[in-house]
Design a protein around this ligand. Structure first.
Ligand SMILES: NC(=O)C1=CN([C@@H]2O[C@H](COP(=O)(O)OP(=O)(O)OC[C@H]3O[C@@H](n4cnc5c(N)ncnc54)[C@H](O)[C@@H]3O)[C@@H](O)[C@H]2O)C=CC1
Ligand SMILES: O=C(O)[C@@H]1CCC=N1
Length: 272
């Protein structure tokens, strides 16, 4: 599917380089078919050290040479970037944007033409091929474009396709979600340390508990409440811990975190 396609990526920071690694690991295209661009020279040097076959180019040259163009710069940098490349994009290209909050409509408007855009929200566990990615097609993107984008992100984890009005919710939940989980992991490990466990053992137990519980929930296809009940013996230890969580309003706090991040995603659109 990708053999003769040239992929160009503008923005090789945290998320861009994770994606690049996934694309190359799965051999979606040979290294020679990938071009990268970044405003910071050191980022390009790091990539060329890691992947000697990947070539770099200036933004506009890269756009002209790409069949699939991945835009992985910060939302705040998108308007200037889109203006810079607007004369070089063409309707034969597929444009994939991973920028939080930036709608396909805004991209289409900046590029001033019938461009095929797919908006994507990945997350950092893509680094270990356990990413959760949601995709939404823009007005001119074809079913095949969406399928192409899905194939790229399946290289780094699992994917869902949603309608674009749900992308802010996705951003608040799975896009930002790893940040919440890392804070919870750190807190669980700190608790272990408080109770006398060595830090490395506490972190290992906390991490494996998250991993195992998430896998059990996804694979068993059971409601998390039912799985929670399986752990919770009458008069036992878990219910004592759960009572403390309820007193600390953990659930309401998590719901508010996702809501706040989704609102911020929506607000980034206003910054366009
Ligand atoms: N970090 C994360 O967990 C996730 C990030 N995203 C989205 O991915 C995008 C990138 O985020 P990060 O990788 O975290 O940011 P980052 O700051 O690590 O990377 C952005 C890169 O873009 C480069 N850049 C900025 N303007 C440029 C321009 N005009 N031309 C060429 N390069 C340019 C910067 O030098 C930088 O290396 C953002 O839009 C963000 O919303 C999406 C999902 C998760
Ligand atoms: O914090 C951010 O803005 C990016 C988007 C989703 C995850 N990280």
């Amino acid at each position: 599917m990708f053999d003769n396609q040239k992929i160009g990526m503008i923005g090789c920071g945290k998320m861009g380089s994770i994606l690049l690694r996934g694309i190359l690991r799965c051999s979606l295209v040979p290294q020679g078919n990938i071009r990268v661009a970044d405003a910071v020279k050191e980022r390009i040097e790091e990539i060329r050290e890691g992947y000697p076959g990947v070539r770099s180019a200036e933004n506009r040259d890269l756009v002209r040479e790409s069949d699939i163009l991945i835009l992985a710069v910060k939302p705040q940098n998108m308007p200037a970037l889109l203006n810079e490349i607007s004369a070089d994009v063409n309707p034969r290209q597929l444009i994939i944007s991973i920028a939080a909050g930036i709608s396909t409509k805004a991209i289409e408007k900046h590029l001033a033409g019938p461009v095929r855009v797919v908006r994507v929200m990945p997350n950092t566990p893509a680094l270990v091929e356990e990413g959760a990615t949601a995709l939404a097609a823009g007005s001119s993107a074809t079913a095949e474009d969406l399928e192409t984008a899905v194939r790229i992100f399946e290289a780094v984890g699992s994917t869902v396709t949603v309608s674009e009005n749900l992308m802010d919710a996705v951003t608040g939940l799975s896009g930002s979600g790893p940040g919440y989980v890392f804070v919870m992991l750190e807190a669980l490990a700190d608790a272990g340390v408080l109770l006398g466990l060595p830090r490395d053992i506490a972190l290992k137990l906390a991490g494996q508990t998250f991993l195992g519980a998430a896998k059990l929930c996804l694979q068993a296809g059971k409601h998390p409440g039912e799985l929670k009940d399986m752990v919770t013996s009458p008069g036992g230890t878990t219910i004592a811990g759960l009572k403390a969580l309820e007193e600390g309003r953990l659930r309401a706090t998590l719901i508010r975190a996702v809501e706040a991040a989704a609102l911020r995603s929506k607000a980034l659109a206003g910054d366009e």
